[in-house]
Structure formats: structure tokens, C-alpha cells
Design a binder for this molecule. Structure first.
Ligand code: ADP
Ligand code: MG
Length: 242
């Protein structure tokens, strides 16, 4: 229990303990994305009104990027605090990548499984994006688009020099989806990373995060992004075809 709490404290789990075993290999039908592919896939998109997303000609798009031209309304985060500029300037942020294994220690037992992105996808995030808890939309393969909360946090296994990005989709799935392509758009910021004194306060904070995400995502301005073409991928670009 103590270990679970320690690992879950900042709302995310650390990745596979052995760096020589890339967690990509552990996924169902996982595939390698080389660094050239990652660079090619990294690009910025313009606003939703400009039509369908331009997809890279790769099976797995990595770190799609923000829509920098979109005006940034002031959005206070939970508790009325202003969201940090380093979070807001990158939002909405579109990202797609394979779901890989993390440490697998505890988040499912707490009822909040978090789908982890690979290191490569995490590295494609803007280096100055604030760590903390965000909300947005998520879609596995070409499935339905669901609400999500997402954690961007530091990874103690790598001595806090690497971030991890983990998505909890607010939906009950029948089975795990390791190796699938997860597409997300991050829309808003909820709070910074925190330490928790007990499992109860941790769970209660996560429930608050989920409530906050549920509320915010019902706003008409956010519902629009749920319908974004970004979430409709050609079949050929899906790893498992669904
Ligand atoms: P890991 O440490 O391997 O990431 P988790 O305990 O965090 O393990 O569980 C994450 C996995 O659970 C995801 O990769 C996914 O396959 C599965 N999963 C099932 N339901 C969800 C959900 N609602 N949100 C996120 N992941 C989910
Ligand atoms: Mg996880």
C-alpha cells in the first residue's frame, strides 16, 4: 500500500523499470517509431475551422502539436487560480501515439488506469509545458471520443529528468488497449502536481480532477473539439484496425 501510494502520489506511475526493455515491445502489435519518423510527425496544426487534419504518412503520429494561432482565453483552473502561462500557451494541444506499458503498479487498483505514452511521444511535447493535471478529449483507435484527465509529470525513475504523460479516459473499457493508438487533445489545465499524505486524499483529489474535467468539457466551446477531424484517422494508420 505504501509503495502504491508513493508511486501514485503525483497522479501517475513511472515507466518500465528496465531501460534495456523498451516498453514499446511489450504492447500488443506494438511497433517501433524511429526518431526521423517522430521528427516528421511533429508539426503544428492550424485552427479547427481550417478543415481536416493533415496526417503524417506514418502509422503512428507522435506529438502532433498545438494550434498556436488560436486565441487563448483566460481560463482559471480549479479553485479559481489562474492556469500558468506555460500551460495555456500550448493549448489546445493535439497528440497521438501508441499506448505502452508503465510500471503497472496500482493505478488500475485505484480505479484510475492511466494509458501511458512512449518516451518518444513525451519528448515531443513542448519542453516548457507545465507539469500538472489537464483535461481534454481522448480516442482509442477510431473508437468513440471520451472525456479524459491527463497527467504530465516528472519521472523519479530517471531522476526527474524525464517526463511521463498519462491519460485516464473517463470511460469503462471492456479490455486493456496496450499497443493501440491513442489520440488526445488537451484543452485545459486543472492543477499542478501535488504530494498527498494519504491514499484517501489522493483518491479524493483525483475524483475532484475528474469532476472538474466533466464540468469543463460540457462547455459548448470544448464540445466542438470532440468532433474534430483529428479524431478520425484513416484505417491504414491504425495499429490494430479499430
Ligand atoms: P500501466 O502502468 O501499464 O500504464 P495502468 O494500471 O496505469 O498500467 O493501466 C493502464 C492501462 O489500462 C492502459 O494502458 C489501458 O490499456 C488500460 N485501460 C483500461 N481502461 C482505461 C481507461 N479508462 N483509461 C486509461 N487506460 C485504461
Ligand atoms: Mg499507467
Amino acid at each position: 500500500m505504501a509503495e502504491k501510494l508513493e508511486l501514485s502520489r503525483r497522479w501517475r506511475l513511472a515507466p518500465a523499470p528496465c531501460p534495456s526493455l523498451p516498453h514499446r515491445r511489450l504492447g500488443i502489435q506494438s511497433r517501433l517509431v524511429d526518431s526521423t519518423a517522430a521528427r516528421l510527425a511533429l508539426r503544428q496544426r492550424s485552427s479547427a475551422q481550417e478543415g481536416p487534419a493533415r496526417e503524417p504518412s506514418l502509422p503512428v503520429a507522435v506529438g502532433v502539436g498545438s494550434r498556436a494561432s488560436r486565441p487563448r482565453p483566460h481560463r482559471p483552473c480549479a479553485g479559481g487560480r489562474a492556469a500558468p502561462a506555460a500551460a495555456m500557451r500550448h493549448l489546445p494541444y493535439f497528440c497521438r501515439g501508441e499506448v505502452v506499458r508503465g510500471f503497472g503498479r496500482g493505478s488500475k487498483e485505484l480505479g484510475i488506469p492511466t494509458a501511458n505514452f512512449s518516451e518518444q511521444v513525451v519528448e515531443s511535447f513542448p519542453s516548457d509545458i507545465s507539469t500538472g493535471i489537464y483535461y481534454g478529449w481522448a480516442c482509442v483507435g477510431n473508437g468513440d471520443v471520451h472525456k479524459m484527465v491527463l497527467s504530465i509529470g516528472w519521472n523519479p525513475y530517471y531522476k526527474n529528468v524525464k517526463k511521463s504523460v498519462e491519460t485516464h479516459i473517463i470511460h469503462t473499457f471492456k479490455e486493456d488497449f496496450y499497443g493501440e493508438i491513442l489520440s488526445i487533445v488537451i484543452i485545459g489545465y486543472i492543477r499542478p502536481e501535488k504530494n498527498f499524505d494519504s491514499l484517501d486524499t489522493l483518491i479524493s483529489a483525483i475524483q475532484d480532477d475528474i469532476e472538474e474535467a466533466n464540468r469543463k468539457l460540457d462547455l459548448p466551446e470544448h464540445l466542438k473539439l470532440k468532433e474534430d477531424n483529428f479524431f478520425r484517422m484513416p484505417e491504414s494508420k491504425l495499429v490494430n484496425g479499430h
